[in-house]
Design a protein around this ligand. Structure first.
Ligand code: MG
Ligand code: MG
Length: 267
């Protein structure tokens, strides 16, 4: 069942989104080679708790941390650890959620440790194109469009480079629960699928791999990796479908939020 949100509820979700955005801004600012993924988790938790919000992921189905931190061939759901030290050139997906006034915000970035120049052009492009694909999807999140429009827009970006588009993990509705209906796949056909209507709030989160789309879950029962060990990137924003167009509730200060202008960013 898809739970539509009122204008007032979407405003509350924007407050949750703003906390998530601040956590990501702090992480982008502080990320350095030599840090552990547990260091990142502590930074994010401090921002969230300091804002009077609650981490969405901690305790979710038993997940032990505030962030999902997924380096290199990890796609999603990596568990922060003092044993995982980030080296220059590592690619790290950082997924963060926060609850404000009962509503969740959910957003992920993929960063290159030591800066974009610390990796190869091929990896830099994977990260940028996954981010571009997210924005191509976000701009389709409009009243009257269909979910297939979102998926097709994302998949089209992946096709340019023949990236593997992860199929087993997808975007989702979000609200009082972290994961609500509908599922929002990162593939599909334009003009097909459920029709989006104002009041929907969804998380759009493409996951692209340099190699196969296939995944495998590690023995910790959380960490999802690429089956072939290839690198993976993941970007996510939470977006509300409003009568004025998409409202990116988790947008950071250097990104457009609402209304999403014609000129969505290209990285
Ligand atoms: Mg997320
Ligand atoms: Mg999500």
């Amino acid at each position: 069942m898809i739970i539509k949100k009122t204008k007032a509820e979407i405003e509350r979700m924007a407050r949750a989104g703003a906390v998530v955005a601040r956590a990501h801004e702090e992480l982008m600012e502080q990320l350095r080679p030599g840090m552990t993924t547990l260091d990142l988790d502590r930074i994010a938790e401090k921002v969230i708790v300091g804002s009077g919000a609650i981490p969405s992921f901690k305790g979710y189905r038993g997940f032990p941390a505030t962030l999902c931190t997924s380096p290199n061939d990890q796609i999603v759901h990596g568990i922060p650890s003092a044993d995982v030290v980030l080296d220059e050139g590592d690619v790290i997906s950082i997924d963060c959620g926060a609850i404000v006034e009962g509503f969740h915000g959910d957003s992920a970035t993929t960063l290159i440790v030591g800066g974009e120049d610390a990796t190869s052009p091929e990896v830099r492009r994977l990260v940028r194109q996954t981010r571009n694909a997210m924005w191509r999807g976000l701009e389709q999140a409009r009243h009257g469009n269909r979910l297939g429009d979102v998926g097709a827009a994302i998949e089209a970006v992946a096709s340019e480079d023949d990236y593997g588009v992860v199929r087993e993990y997808v975007g989702h509705g979000i609200g009082r629960a972290l994961h609500e209906d509908p599922s929002v796949p990162n593939y599909g056909r334009a003009g097909k699928g459920l029709r989006m209507t104002k009041g929907w709030v969804i998380a759009i989160e493409p996951m692209f791999n340099l190699g196969t789309e296939r995944t495998r879950t590690l023995e910790d029962e959380w960490t999802v990796v690429t089956e072939d060990g290839s690198l993976s990137a993941h970007w996510e924003h939470t977006v509300a479908i409003t009568e004025d167009g998409p409202w990116v509730l988790t947008a950071r200060s250097d990104e457009p939020a609402h209304p999403l202008s014609e000129a969505v960013p290209t990285y």
